[in-house]
Design a protein around this ligand. Structure first.
Ligand code: HEC
Length: 147
């Protein structure tokens, strides 16, 4: 699993040790987002939106992840996506498929988390966010250094 280290935090975040990656996995500056959050938007809308609705808003099939991520831990989020989940209720079974074997999802699980967390925190609105200039984006710089 790809986990960001402290090196991926912006200088402002790194100074404030109280803010760890799990609580604020995204950077938003002047309404623009870091590479991870932007990629998370794209990945979410490749795979998850069909059930969870555009922009994480939910649908009749599946819960609004903008609400779920308000108090779900990163570990619970990642485990739910990898393993799936089935609940039975009055209206029948509710099935979240397991994505553990889907590299298009699991390689970018941190990015999908960052995007949904930014949405849950109201740090970004609906629709495709603009990206921070790659030269000023520490998340992009680190991603590129690791290629
Ligand atoms: C085929 C439909 C479907 C797809 C596609 C899907 N989900 Fe789900 N997901 C569900 C359903 C239904 C539930 C509720 C399961 C339950 O009731 O236990 C759920 C639950 C979840 C939960 C738990 C929410 C909570 O409030 O506890 C998370 C997190 C989640 N999905 C993330 C994702 C992500 C990320 C993707 C894309 C990689 C995704 N899902 C794709 C149907 C789907």
């Amino acid at each position: 699993m790809l986990l960001f280290t402290a090196a991926s935090l912006s200088p402002a975040q790194a100074q404030d040790e109280a803010v760890d990656w799990e609580d604020k996995p995204y950077i938003v500056e002047d309404g623009k987002v870091d590479y991870g959050t932007y990629n998370g938007f794209r990945r979410y809308h490749n795979t998850c939106h069909t059930c969870h609705g555009p922009d994480g808003m939910g649908s009749t099939f599946a819960p609004a992840l903008v609400n779920s991520l308000k108090d779900m831990s990163y570990a619970d989020f990642a485990a739910t996506v990898a393993n799936g989940r089935t609940s039975s209720g009055a209206s029948g079974n509710s099935v979240m498929p397991a994505f553990g074997d889907n590299v298009d999802v699991m390689l970018y699980i941190d990015h999908i988390y960052a995007y949904l967390k930014a949405r849950a925190d109201d740090a970004i609105g609906r629709g495709r966010p603009d990206r921070i200039d790659p030269e000023n984006d520490p998340v992009f710089q680190e991603w590129q250094a690791n290629q």
